[in-house]
Design a protein around this ligand. Structure first.
Ligand code: 13P
Ligand code: SF4
Length: 304
């Protein structure tokens, strides 16, 4: 099937099924192009919570589709590529978290949205990279067990020195692997460009940046800045929106390694098949949905 026929079929099935296609900014360009909304984890959670569609086709990774299901349990949530997972989310399990909670019984427990539904069910509140600071500041306890991203945890600890953040040994395989020498080389090559990085990068990379922010915050920063050259320190999928917003600005990738292999699994064909064959439907136990929705809705209330 050629691309145009595929797109018209997708649009036809979408209408028939009252479905929406949501896509994370790290998806391939073709998928971002046909999506009803493209955004970061927070924007997509807000959108799914308020959508009136019957079906959500989630072009992202597994924990994102689970979050959509938790926020909209009566909707059909489809993840077009069932093996699109997030290695960082797998670095904390509900069982390991229950053990850690015994060790720090006084601490509040905050989970990054990049975690499974079972982990969210064990937490007091959830956060994304765009609202982590307001979530942390909303907590009255000093001790906070923060799972699973140690790099986002370091960023939060630096920005909220009044809190005692207890870190977890988790990280994003894509952002964490970037080394200082690569970044310094890129800065040397483009001395008049501003460096914008995601807080999933290691602290020493964050130190080199002109701006640290979530996917959407990076996109907005570049769009609204008077500057016209940027080194981008997050997954390369954001280039689609950056170039669309500012066709006359120049964007350099901080490293050629900034590609999330799981985010790249979804194609137009997989979106087509998701709608055609209702695959892959995300289902969660009622008890998990109830407990995990507490963490997510509390986050949405704090960071409106
Ligand atoms: P944000 O969408 O919050 O920027 O997070 C990035 C990410 O790695 C998602 O998996
Ligand atoms: Fe997970 Fe990193 Fe990929 Fe996001 S970019 S899905 S955190 S591996």
């Amino acid at each position: 099937m050629d691309k145009q026929t595929m797109i018209s079929n997708i649009n036809k099935m979408k209408k028939e099924q009252n479905a929406v296609i949501v896509a994370h900014s790290y998806q391939v360009d073709d998928v971002q192009e046909i999506a009803d909304i493209v955004g970061d984890s927070f924007a997509l959670s807000q959108y799914c919570a308020s959508s009136t569609a019957d079906t959500i086709v989630f072009c992202g990774v597994h924990f994102m589709a689970e979050s959509a299901k938790i926020l909209s349990p009566r909707k059909t949530v489809l993840l077009p590529e069932i093996n699109a997972g997030c290695p960082m989310a797998d670095m904390v399990t509900a069982e390991s978290l229950r053990e850690a909670k015994k060790k720090y019984p006084e601490a509040a427990v905050v989970c990054y949205i990049n975690s499974s539904a079972e982990v969210k069910a064990e937490c007091d509140i959830c956060c994304t990279s765009s609202n982590a600071l307001s979530v942390i500041r909303s907590i009255d306890k000093k001790d906070i067990l923060f799972v699973p991203d140690k790099n986002l945890g370091s960023y939060v600890a630096k920005m909220c020195p009044e809190k005692n953040i207890i870190f977890w040994e988790g990280y994003c395989i894509t952002h964490h692997k970037i080394k200082s020498h690569e970044v310094l080389a890129s800065k040397e090559l483009h001395p008049d460009a501003l460096l914008l990085v995601h807080p999933e990068c290691q602290p020493e990379i964050q130190e080199l940046a002109d701006f640290v922010g979530s996917t959407k915050q990076i996109i907005d920063y570049a769009k609204n800045s008077d500057h016209d050259k940027f080194i981008i320190g997050t997954e390369m999928g954001v280039l689609y929106q950056l170039k669309k917003d500012s066709p006359h600005k120049t964007f350099y990738m901080m490293s050629t390694g900034l590609i999330c292999p799981n985010m790249k699994k979804t194609s137009l064909q997989s979106v087509h098949d998701a709608l055609a064959f209702k695959k892959y439907e995300i289902n969660l136990e009622k008890d998990i949905i109830e407990r995990a929705s507490h963490s997510l809705t509390r986050m949405l209330e704090v960071a409106k």
